[in-house]
Design a binder for this molecule. Structure first.
Ligand code: ATP
Ligand code: MG
Length: 180
């Protein structure tokens, strides 16, 4: 299983439909400051169901919709599709390719689709639940965080790794329980 492509339409700075083709292995996105590299990463979080505007570097959820520039009017909706290669049947669905779409309108209404059929966010979360991707399962190290990971003290670095592995929340729960 690997991410095959990502299409952004009206998402943040990507006003026109833009498709990034992804190959197995490492993908690098390069470009000048402000060209939209982080917006691409935000699009992946968003299509997988991110609900927090802050995690998407915005003040409110509507900020993901193209807000217009001096030469181009704002748009009424944002849409992102992530296509996953499922030829190894890692996802429990009878398709060798799975496309997940999220759409959002200015009035706040939103919708999700799996392979073009309307679904709930829960259906997407269930589909991805054992795959290592999906909400809280993939790990996105944000801009500026990398230095602090590399330069941190061993115990702080351990916390990062534990968070990535999903251990931290259990440790916090344990500490809380022991305090009672
Ligand atoms: P850097 O190298 O500095 O990290 P970057 O390539 O990661 O840059 P991004 O943060 O992805 O850049 O993109 C920032 C740009 O996206 C800004 O120019 C900002 O105005 C634009 N942008 C963000 N949200 C929207 C929106 N809703 N509508 C239009 N443009 C937007
Ligand atoms: Mg950036």
């Amino acid at each position: 299983m690997h991410l095959k492509s990502l299409t952004l339409k009206g998402f943040k700075s990507f006003a026109s439909a833009t498709t990034l083709r992804l190959e197995p292995g490492i993908t690098c996105v390069v470009g000048p400051n402000g060209s939209g590299k982080s917006n691409v990463v935000d699009a992946i979080s968003w299509v997988l169901g991110e609900q927090g505007a802050k995690a998407l570097r915005g003040g409110k959820m509507e900020d993901v919709i193209f807000a217009g520039t001096s030469g181009r009017a704002p748009l009424g909706r944002a849409e992102v599709t992530l296509t996953i290669d499922n030829s190894d049947a890692a996802l429990p669905i009878d398709y060798s390719e799975v496309s997940i779409t999220r759409r959002m309108f200015r009035d706040g209404a939103g919708e999700y689709e799996i392979n073009g059929s309307s679904c709930r966010l829960l259906d997407i979360q269930e589909l991805l639940s054992d795959s290592g991707i999906g909400r809280e399962m993939h790990v996105i190290v944000g801009q500026g965080q990398l230095d602090s990971v590399l330069q941190s003290k061993p115990e702080d670095r351990r916390a990062y790794i534990e968070e990535a592995a999903g251990v931290l929340k259990h440790r916090k729960r344990k500490e809380k329980a022991l305090r009672k």
